[in-house]
Design a protein around this ligand. Structure first.
Ligand code: SAH
Length: 503
């Protein structure tokens, strides 16, 4: 059955009980239907939206403004899901994706959308979240700050080896059996046992792509097997490439199941060739079944075993597995915005909640009196302390604690926060889940007038800001910052204020 959904763009509320289809002649879509759809919106999670007979249809592979022919592959009560078969009339916002893996690789879902349009949708998603979830009307949301470069922005790529290569339709029968049993690339979305062979990725660097290709050839020629997540046989697990965008230093971290002495000296010699620009090679060895790229023991094959990267005025040492913001240049702009939003003064005491390895604390330390960083992860706190010492910064203090405990009402009476100077400013940068309600309440009670919320998830920060509004906080403005071009992810700097006397 083919339905021409000329009704796309009706003013019917998507939440209306769709099955009634009141007042429409067009039948509701069913699984297997082929529809002509006019794409209206970019939804969360990188999909786009059309409507048929008042029913929302989520479409994979389309751009707002496209007219497409698409097949419905799922039908639920409130919505349907469809996949594009053919673009009938391309959207003016559509561009040719730079990457040959686009559409299969889950990494860059929006590469076919003009970059300016991606930025516009990210801002729209932030506005929608604050209105719908936070219940906050008339919030000023500035234009999204673009990434300085929409490609080659990542300082870290993590590839996996697999013995189940994901074969594209036009590759079936064209690759040799050996290659079918050996792939290095990225996980196919929702298929954790399948690895998509990556020829070249546009997110890190040309050198990174050369390393990926040379590594694949080297081990394939030697008949070394990829680790199987099903049988747990095979030696090659992960290839992690990290580089300092400011320093030019580059690390290869190869995670394997055993030492493989018979190969590693030759592999090290290969990677020392100039074209790869590798400053250090580390091998992580692990027998664990888990699929995270962490060795139980790390062996340095050449170089220092870590690289350096600059962020703001500071230099950070990055080990194979340490956490570091993946888009260095944009992280500097994010932190600069957070600093501006905090309107810092030389005599300020700042609390940096969820401080990670202290990158924000150290970024602002020279401009204020004292910074207190709080973070749950012990290794991150140790890194933060070492980073402060390495950069000669003496006015920071790092505390390993759950923020909930740190801010607990009785914490000041002999508890964790005892003896810690009260804040003039709080900067908070929680994980995607946002802040615990106890944390929101404690901030509400703290009386602090300048609050900056750095958020990697507009849905949870909108929720938290809705609660903070009940404590008298007003959002001055929100600036979305694009840290991950071509993905739907968006970071925000939210500037909140409260009258000193309020609360
Ligand atoms: N501000 C840092 C890191 C932010 S990521 C940066 O810009 O690099 C969020 C951090 O919150 C992580 O390091 C995570 O370990 C920490 N975290 C998560 N839940 C926490 C909790 N309940 N208490 C303290 N820290 C927590």
């Amino acid at each position: 059955m083919t339905t021409h959904a000329d009704s796309a763009g009706t003013d019917i509320n998507p939440n209306t009980e769709a099955s009634t289809n009141a007042g429409h002649d067009i039948p509701l879509p069913r699984r297997g239907d082929i529809l002509t759809l006019d794409i209206e919106n970019a939804a969360f999670e990188g999909r786009s939206v059309a409507r048929v007979a008042g029913l929302v249809v989520f479409v994979d592979g389309a751009v707002p403004g496209d007219r497409v022919r698409a097949t419905v592959f799922r039908k639920k009560k409130q919505y349907a899901e469809a996949r594009v078969d053919e673009v009938l009339v391309p959207s003016p916002h559509r561009v040719d994706p730079a990457c040959t893996h686009f559409g299969v690789c889950g990494g860059c879902k929006w590469q076919h959308m003009r970059y300016e349009e991606q930025l516009r949708w990210k801002r729209q998603h932030v506005m929608d979240a604050f209105q719908r979830i936070g219940g906050l009307e008339d919030v000023t949301v500035n234009d999204t700050l673009p990434s300085l470069s929409p490609f080659w922005y990542r300082n870290k790529m993590e590839y996996s080896f697999g013995e189940m290569r994901w074969l594209l339709a036009d590759e079936l029968g064209e690759v040799s059996r050996d290659a079918e049993l050996f792939a290095v690339g990225l996980h196919v979305p929702k298929r954790y046992d399948r690895i998509l062979h990556i020829d070249a990725c546009h997110l890190q660097s040309e050198e990174s792509n050369r390393i990926l290709d040379a590594t694949r050839r080297f081990f394939l020629e030697r008949g070394v097997r990829a680790f199987s997540t099903r049988t747990h046989e095979g030696d090659l697990r992960h290839l992690v490439i990290r580089e300092g965008k400011h320093t030019g230093e580059r690390m290869v971290y190869l995670v394997t199941s055993r030492r493989m002495e018979e190969h590693m000296q030759d592999y090290a010699a290969l990677l020392q060739r100039e074209e790869f620009g590798v400053s250090t090679l580390v091998q992580g060895v692990t027998q664990r079944k888990s699929t995270v790229a962490i060795g139980e023991t790390d062996v340095v094959l050449f170089g220092e075993g870590s690289i350096r990267e600059r962020l703001g005025g500071n230099t950070f040492r990055i080990s194979p597995t340490s956490f570091f913001q993946t888009n260095t240049l944009q992280a500097e702009r994010l932190y600069a915005l957070a600093e501006q939003a905090a309107a810092l003064r030389a005599d300020d005491v700042v609390w940096d909640l969820y401080c990670g390895t202290g990158t924000i604390s150290l970024f602002i330390a020279r401009d204020v009196k004292h910074v207190v960083g709080v973070e749950l992860n012990e290794a991150a706190i140790r890194d933060a302390e070492r980073n402060a010492a390495d950069n000669g910064i003496t006015n920071t203090q790092f505390i390993c604690a759950d923020i909930v405990d740190f801010l607990a009402p009785d914490a000041r009476d002999g508890g964790i926060a005892d003896g810690i100077p009260a804040p003039d400013v709080i900067i908070t940068d929680p994980p995607r889940a946002g802040m615990h309600t106890k944390v929101v309440d404690a901030i509400g009670r703290s009386g602090v007038s300048r609050l900056v919320y750095v958020s990697c998830n507009p849905a949870t920060s909108a929720r938290d800001c809705g609660l903070l509004a009940e404590h008298g906080y007003v959002i001055e403005d929100i600036t979305p910052v694009d840290m991950f071009p071509h993905t739907y992810h968006i970071e925000c700097v939210i500037r909140l204020r409260r009258e000193e006397s309020a609360g």
